[in-house]
Design a binder for this molecule. Structure first.
Ligand SMILES: *[C@@H]1O[C@H](CO)[C@@H](O)[C@H](O)[C@H]1NC(C)=O
Ligand SMILES: *[C@@H]1O[C@H](CO)[C@@H](O)[C@H](O)[C@H]1NC(C)=O
Ligand SMILES: *[C@@H]1O[C@H](CO)[C@@H](O)[C@H](O)[C@H]1NC(C)=O
Length: 240
């Protein structure tokens, strides 16, 4: 497992704290199109997560909510995180159940379901798309160093409210910032890989058109220019 080794090394150097900031938040899923697992499958998934948490000495009998951030200890554990995540997937035995509807049914809360999707999506990205993750990480560092890019990138997610149109706009917006700010051209693919994971878990990949999911030659530059001007005037004082 050379990639895992590289990743571990990379984060020994790069990260001395939690990388919770890199976890992309998600909005409410597209419940109408997502596969609903049976209640026995749901129970199985729940038990698999409880097993995962117990490996980190969280003595829990039901899934903890987002307010306690139960994934924090896992995110800190660059060494065993992926081994444990793989064990979770093996235990669940059905990737299709890792979706918003399952978490919504298990946790009975929109916010908590969004949290589990985000955290699980992050583990999937980190553990199974390691080289994309590194590019994404470097790209986010670059964006963070530039006030205007960072402001726009943050502003992009404000557009997202859980409809095909809004998720599509947010994706287009963020992808435009990535294209403009990040050194590696492959950063766009890395960003899109992450989006593909998240939108498949939330069902927004089944919209008629979703950037990163559907191929398209659509130009985003007009949209980007509009956005830069908009954000510029909105945050004029703080940027200057
Ligand atoms: C899954 O359940 C939701 C909520 O009960 C429902 O709206 C949706 O149509 C179901 N999905 C499928 C694919 O049947
Ligand atoms: C876990 O919690 C249960 C119930 O709260 C308690 O009975 C048990 O002793 C705890 N186990 C550990 C290892 O702390
Ligand atoms: C985009 O992809 C989705 C999911 O694969 C598909 O249902 C949809 O028809 C595609 N849209 C276009 C315009 O190709």
């Amino acid at each position: 497992m050379p990639l895992l080794f590289i990743l571990t090394l990379f984060f020994k150097f790069a990260i001395s704290t939690d990388f919770g900031d890199l976890v992309k938040t998600t909005v409410r899923g597209n419940e109408a199109v997502l596969y609903n697992c049976s209640s026995s499958e749901d129970l199985q998934i729940s038990n698999c997560y409880l097993d995962l948490f117990r490996k980190y000495n969280l003595n829990v009998t039901s899934l903890p909510g987002s307010e306690t951030d139960p994934f924090q200890v896992i995110r800190y554990d660059a060494t065993n995180m992926c081994k444990n995540y793989k064990a979770l997937k093996t235990c669940a035995n059905n990737d299709g159940c890792f979706n918003y509807n399952t978490f919504r049914a298990l946790l009975n809360s929109e916010i908590d379901a969004e949290y589990y999707v985000s955290q699980t999506g992050f583990l999937e990205f980190y553990c199974f798309h390691g080289s994309d993750f590194i590019l994404y990480y470097e790209c986010m560092q670059t964006i963070e160093l530039d006030d205007l890019s960072e402001t726009i990138f943050t502003e992009c997610s404000e557009l997202e409210v859980g409809t095909c149109d809004s998720v599509s706009k947010t994706t287009q917006c963020e992808r435009a910032v990535v294209r403009k700010s990040c050194i590696s051209l492959k950063a766009i693919n890395a960003y899109c890989q992450y989006q593909k994971i998240l939108t498949s878990m939330t069902g927004w990949n089944q919209c008629e058109y979703m950037p990163c999911v559907n191929f398209s030659s659509k130009s985003t530059s007009f949209f980007m220019i509009f956005l830069i001007i908009y954000v510029y005037f909105l945050h004029r004082e703080t940027i200057i």
